[in-house]
Design a protein around this ligand. Sequence first.
Ligand code: GTP
Ligand code: SPV
Ligand code: MN
Length: 587
Amino acid sequence: MATPLEKWIEEIAELTKPEKIHWCDGSEKEARELVKIGIEKEKLNGNPIFSELNKTTYPDSYLHRSHPNDVARTENLTFVCHPNKEMAGPNNNWMDPKEAKAKMLGLYAGCMKGKTMYVMPYMMGHPDSPYAKACVQVTDSVYVAVSMRIMTRLGGKVVEKIGSSDKFVKGVHSVGELDPNRRYIMHFPDEGLVMSYGSGYGGNALLGKKCFSLRIASYLGLKEGWLAEHMIIMGITGPDKKTFYVAAALPSACGKTNLAMMQPTIPGYTITTLGDDIAWMNVGPDGQLYAINPEYGFFGVASGTSMKTNPNMMKTLHANKFYPTLYTNVGLDTDKNEPWWEGMSEAPKNVIDWQGKKYDGKEKAAHANSRFTVSIRNCETLSPEEENPKGVPISAIIFGGRRSSLLPLVYESKSWQHGVFSGSIMGSETTAAAAHAAGVLRRDPMAMLPFCGYNMGDYFFHWLEVGKKMKNAPKIFFVNWFRTNEEGKFMWPGFGENIRVMKWILERAIGKGKAKETPIGSVPTVDGFDMTGLDVSKSDMEKLFRVNIKEWGEEIKSIEEHYKKFGATMPKELLAEYESLVKEYEK
Ligand code: GTP
Ligand code: SPV
Ligand code: MN
């Protein structure tokens, strides 16, 4: 008798009418065959799906060019289809599930004619982890199929694991016509189902990532008492050889990957990497918060990545341990057949840009949201705890944003509740990771605005509840690498120097370290902050730590408007925190 999984695949095939069905086993042999198909047979917008890069300097690496109208997540075309609009909240686009289903079934009808449908059984999280989830995605894109091998634990024993159960997360993906007018990313949280059509890019198409591991999983977390967050997980080992683990949320393209792999500049400190984008956090039987990374690869921003900013990522890209590595929408050095992007090095002599045009230095060679896709197993700083099914205990939670003014380099919240408040009012200047105007301030609570699969008022409440379940709730911090001076230049060198901030955070997390209280929380004192060998003046450090509540007039107004959107779902504890901030301002 057919299993629920087999039946579901039959139904989808009946609807989409592929010429062939290929069940992925996740093997390297299979990946090589798929890449070959992408090089030799299939095209996208006139380009081969994959072009092989320099075999010697970039072995097993391939260039992919997406459709120029399909270069980032499309939040305006992303819907969360709860039974009613209130459940989706003001933070999500909502469509009635029946209407959304009908729309998608219409788009899917016959959409895979003449194509292969790839069936991808995969795990988010270690298969032995009590927190992991079994999923199955179908796609008609060979790029997506190869990417999913890098990003997830694909194939293996997942089909066996699912067996005759119907409890697996379902994803249906078709690139369709790549027409923005026929592009939708629909989530059905109650069914554990994602339907995506018309895009082949990143978070729109690799459905295990933002669609499942954040939007659907955050809703599962609400029902089951855990947190699915847009966070990195990293270990930090100090001179005493003790390792602490932290989880940090920064909005898209605001420094998560860089932080997760940083090369510390101060002696005695090393870091290990567990995840660069998503953390699932559960309160363990001992009352401690544990985090796992459900993913298995990095889909990282290429532009700006260099031996200077992120040497560990550059090494990861060249490690060539796990097949293959992909580069999407980067420039190409045609003399060397190597990828190139702004910030990597001086521009080589002959470059073609991400659309294949000759690069003349006027327009960018790499798209601002160009990315590489590489296995986490290639990463030299990978933590041995990555494969621990229990996850790692979290000592500090960090939120951060891209703020050119107002917010100090780092501050410590007064309590869990106050930390949740700091996270809930997080603002960040927008980036190229999503299709919208860049550089505009938008409130992005916990870096989850585009990813919270239900009403954010309820999400804040859930954060407060999870805090109450813990014996020793981690302290909550806030960082801002992006404060600028009068000339508009970043005041903080960032990258490897961020270890100094992490050092202070860890000292505070264990009840040590020097701090000064301000109306928004505690900031470091200049003498309590490791400045040895740092090329920033004392007076600039003072400016970086400065909090002038008198400048917060506009900010307070904007927070009020932000909170108003959530109406009656706003927890009263956070409204009280807001009132005390207003009092500080009015003092
Ligand atoms: P997503 O993958 O979109 O979720 O992004 P992310 O948060 O992982 O961002 P990533 O680390 O890829 O950094 C994005 C951009 O921010 C890159 O251009 C980096 O060079 C820049 N960046 C990262 N860390 C720092 C920092 O400490 N200081 C400054 N000035 N820029 C940084
Ligand atoms: C982000 O935008 O936060 C990303 C890239 O990590 S994507 O997978 O496209 O969501
Ligand atoms: Mn991200």
